[in-house]
Design a protein around this ligand. Structure first.
Ligand SMILES: C[S@@+](CC[C@H](N)C(=O)[O-])C[C@H]1O[C@@H](n2cnc3c(N)ncnc32)[C@H](O)[C@@H]1O
Length: 275
């Protein structure tokens, strides 16, 4: 997990275009001087096996503007160099739910608006999505969202303290369908052990996927893990709860005829006693 890897730039240069910010930057020049950095943890904390793929990402003018203006207030880089005080980050001590892989952030913004009593720590590496979520947060007056840029594993491992999270959401994580890529799937026993160390007893882990083999894997590893118990008495998948909006990836999966499965598991007490 802690092997180092030198990354090539995730966002290669491209010519100028209408309403889209393309970058003719010199090598090493930051894309957004006051915004998210391309490789915030550097090679020291970078993992060889990553659950995400650096994408060529076109940032619209609106997203770029939101990043420049709002990142210093609501965003931060996952540099792995400091431990976060979540009450200080959010400005209050409301419960904090971590969402890993918010994509374009529409569902995140909807959930934050519907539940202002919960703070959402939203993490992704996807720059356009970070800009989009910041813009949505401002437009809807959301004060309970913070945007983290980088690898969620490093955030969990290096920057969050035991029992600091009241929930974890992983909606439509990259399915990595090829067998040789299965090791890149996020929901694995080692990941769950790390997440369990940051979740308070009673915290809910909520996963959803439209890739059925991955759903089965999620069910298997969550069921087998001693730190979690299924909230479903029948030990199976859960119906989509009303509080989870349809996400962008989910919509694309449904158009292809995919079946969506939700999983709702609870962090058991530290002595391991199940409810
Ligand atoms: C398939 S997309 C789903 C996005 C969104 N949840 C949806 O349903 O529309 C998965 C997202 O997870 C992000 N991701 C995967 N692994 C990650 C990690 N370790 N840390 C941060 N983001 C990650 C990817 O960058 C990508 O944006």
């Amino acid at each position: 997990m802690s092997e180092s890897l030198n990354l090539s730039p995730a966002h290669p240069s491209a010519p100028e275009g209408d309403g889209v910010v393309r970058h003719g930057r010199a090598k090493g020049e930051p894309r957004f001087p006051d915004g998210p950095q391309a490789d915030p943890a550097g090679s020291h904390f970078e993992r060889r096996i990553r659950s995400f793929q650096p994408r060529r990402s076109r940032v619209t003018a609106g997203q770029a503007e939101a990043l420049q203006r709002l990142w210093p207030r609501w965003g931060f880089d996952i540099d792995g160099q400091r431990v976060l005080d979540l009450a200080e980050l959010f400005g209050d001590d409301r419960p904090v739910v971590l969402e890993i892989g918010f994509g374009m952030g529409e569902a995140t913004a909807q959930m934050a608006a519907a539940d202002p009593g919960t703070n959402i720590l939203a993490v992704d590496v996807h720059t356009p999505g970070q800009g989009n979520l910041l813009a949505l947060a401002e437009r809807h007056g959301l004060t309970n969202v913070r945007v983290a840029n980088g690898d969620a594993i490093i955030l969990l491992r290096e920057m969050l303290t035991p029992d600091s999270l009241d929930g974890l959401r992983v909606y439509f994580p990259d399915p990595w369908p090829k067998k040789r890529h299965h090791k890149r799937r996020l929901i694995q026993p080692e990941f769950l052990t790390l997440a369990a160390a940051r979740l308070r007893p009673g915290a809910i882990v909520h996963c959803a996927t439209d890739w059925e083999p991955y759903a089965e894997q999620m069910l298997d590893v969550l069921t087998a893990h001693p730190d979690f118990e299924n909230t479903r008495a029948d030990g199976g998948f859960a119906p989509r709860p009303d509080f989870r909006p349809l996400t962008r990836f989910e919509g694309q999966g449904l158009e292809k005829g995919h079946v969506v499965n939700d999983l709702l598991f609870r962090r058991v007490p530290h002595d391991g006693r199940r409810g």
